[in-house]
Design a protein around this ligand. Sequence first.
Ligand SMILES: [Zn+2]
Length: 358
Amino acid sequence: MKTFLFALVGALALTQGLLSAPSAGEGPGTATVVEKPLAAPAPAAAPATAPAMPVDASAQSIVLAGSSTVGASKPHYITTATIRPRSSKGAGARLGSATKGYKVWGTGKTSKGYTQIKFLGRTGWVKSNQLKRLVVAKYTAKQSTVLRSKANGGKKLATIGRDYTLGTVDNARNKSRSWVRVQYKGKTGWVALKHVKKASLGKAVGPGTRTYSDAAWSKAVSKNISRYCPRTTVRVSHRKNEYYAQSSPRRITLSRVGHPDPNAAPIKAVALHECAHIMQFKAYPRGFSKLVRHAEKINPRRDGYGIEHLADCMSDSMGAKRSGRLADGSTYYTGYHGKCSSTQKRAAAQLIAGKRPA
Ligand SMILES: [Zn+2]
């Protein structure tokens, strides 16, 4: 296959200080777009201010609805709005207030759209829709295991991969205390306790580093970009922040360090950004210095990253979410930041359609 060395590659790499020597097997004429390190997820936002109050963290046994009595932790909630608990459901003495983001423990009682909570050492009622239930314990699968509709049996609801961390909002056990009730991808079911181990509450829910093999991880990423970049090899890297696209052989390399879940929004966005470079290579098979010049000309930031911003704009229209909030509340950013101008969007659409904007 014919390969081309693009002047861009060196320039980009110098700016970013990141051009790695071509790895073994690559021809000297291979074009490679090496990415600068992506921003690490920012720490979780501080919860909304709430009056400092002691939180009763003790667990007790409660009766949950259903056929059997199980031991379970008290429910823990975070408020989704300002709450003004009252001694009765929608009536009675006012016990005070707490702002959105305040954490409270429930008693386990709910009735007609109201939930009973412990508040300032007293018992009060608030509207259930002002509370969101919090995970009270986490477990990591020691092996692949099955989520079942009942303890000890019932319907198979899902297969949970090894090293996957699950949360539970009630930590309920069955009578023999050999199964625990958990939440998995929006489903509530039971897993055998012998297949899981207790994890710290700070551990993120989701796949662990051993949940996906490299092959399975690569396959999942390939699937996520297949609409735009079919038959593009996804090579898995174990070097932190190593992301690049090559024109020949046509492939992308993505670091899975810090990205155990190939379907998580940040890695989807990075994969689509690299796919965008592959499409840029395709539209300019004889070298895309012309595109580089044009991309910088229409780059409102004029920061030398025109081609990168253009790849970001392409990834946007391919469905990438370049920034957002993860399940654990932390925020993430991928790509080179910044909104796309209408001119950039137009160029991105042309490239996606296989046309040349310049
Ligand atoms: Zn890039």
